[in-house]
Design a protein around this ligand. Structure first.
Ligand SMILES: [Zn+2]
Ligand SMILES: [Zn+2]
Length: 390
């Protein structure tokens, strides 16, 4: 059996019983759907379904690698882009470990050369060192990457709920199925926002153009409180925590913290820290900002993975999570929905240790034969790091 056939069968048998976990979008008949397939790697765009059961039947017959749905609604979703008639779009955010910038990525990226079969570890390898051919980069994820993306998502949810006033019921949160999370704000109020308004929201989340003086972080202003809303409170609380850590090695800090009830003693902090104070503010800002992908949020015609469907490169479920449960969400357990039955694969490119459920698998080297649970076999094959052993 070919690798593509194997992946397609695994996805087909999952969708035959697991399509219920997919989340039906509002106004399904006004959405553009897109798909990619295994094997020929077709990209199918501009599909319209008048009802959920029609989509389900289509998925069951095609067993696609990826099921994507427009964040926008259109008058004519099945027409080419310029004739679709845009009616509005959800406000969406993509948080990916790539954007958060974890430094472990270079340690767990491998590559494979389809021309000569050479492989190795390394990020940004342009040419195969053995034959000069073009290599395929294989980015893996790890606990650290996903934890960083999770913390970033928690910050985003805090902004959305406390600064923008969206309720939990207006927010659809899901695991991306790979290296991050997707957040959709479904409220009617956001649907008509234009690109510029969405850009301003991104800038707010990133703290672009934040004016510390105007926010009261300079002497003679109205000082921020720990309990202040928005950026004032966020930065004040982070400064407090950073000073608390610093107090262990700098005895001048404790008296400031003792003086600090709710209102920040700005002048006292400035007096003790001097010029370092402004650097500390910058650091606090950087740490409380939320690093979303601005291209995704400002794109009014985006198609994104349909929440609750499988990721074609991992076989993991883009699981819908309640925002209040993200803290305890474990993607290596809860997003693993393919079976445990064993499949034999042969490793083509180096694979780091991967945890599925509570088992650790690997690391694996090129040439190794692995009897893997199907969920792992699909992941390794879909990523192009292993092939099926007949
Ligand atoms: Zn090569
Ligand atoms: Zn990592």
């Amino acid at each position: 059996m070919s690798e593509a056939r194997f992946l397609k069968n695994a996805f087909a048998s999952y969708y035959a019983r697991g399509f219920d976990l997919a989340r039906e979008p509002k106004h399904i008949d006004r959405r553009e759907f897109g798909f990619t397939t295994f094997g020929e790697k077709l990209v199918i765009r501009h599909r319209r379904f008048s009802k959920w059961s029609e989509l389900r039947d289509f998925v069951n017959s095609l067993a696609p690698a990826d099921i994507m749905c427009s964040t926008a609604i259109y008058e004519r979703p099945d027409e080419p882009m310029e004739r679709k008639g845009w009616l509005g779009a959800e406000l969406v955010f993509d948080i990916d470990a790539d954007h958060v910038g974890t430094d472990c990525l270079s340690q767990h990226t491998s590559w494979f050369c389809p021309s000569c079969g050479e492989s190795g570890w390394g990020l940004g390898i342009a040419k195969c060192p053995a034959c000069g051919g073009k290599v395929e980069e294989i980015k893996w994820f790890c606990e650290n990457c996903l934890e960083a993306a999770k913390q970033e998502t928690i910050k985003l949810l805090d902004f959305l709920e406390n600064d923008f006033g969206f309720s939990e019921s207006e927010i659809l949160l899901c695991f991306s199925g790979h290296r991050g999370f997707h957040v959709h704000v479904l409220s009617d109020e956001v649907m008509s926002l234009d690109q510029q308004s969405r850009k301003e929201i991104v800038d707010y989340l990133l703290g672009v153009g934040l004016d510390f003086k105007a926010l009261g972080f300079a002497p003679r202003g109205k000082p921020p409180m720990l309990t202040s809303g928005g950026w004032r409170g966020r930065v004040a609380r982070r400064i407090y925590d950073l000073l608390f850590e610093k107090a262990r090695e700098d005895e001048r800090i404790s008296p400031i913290l003792e003086k600090w009830s709710d209102e920040m003693p700005v002048s006292a902090v400035l007096e003790v820290l001097g010029r370092e104070y402004w650097k500390l503010l910058e650091r606090a800002k950087e740490e409380v900002a939320t690093h979303v992908d601005s291209v995704v949020t400002t794109d009014l015609h985006r198609i994104m993975r349909l929440p609750g469907t499988l990721h074609g490169k991992t076989g993991l479920l883009a699981k819908v999570i309640s925002p209040s449960e993200i803290d305890s969400f474990d993607p290596f357990v809860e997003a693993v929905v393919l079976p445990k039955s064993v499949v034999s694969v042969s490793v083509k490119a180096p694979i780091p240790e991967i945890r599925l459920w509570n088992e650790a698998y690997g690391p694996f080297e090129r040439g190794q034969r692995v009897d893997a649970p199907k969920a792992l076999g699909v992941l390794l094959i879909a990523k192009g790091a292993a092939k099926l052993v007949e």
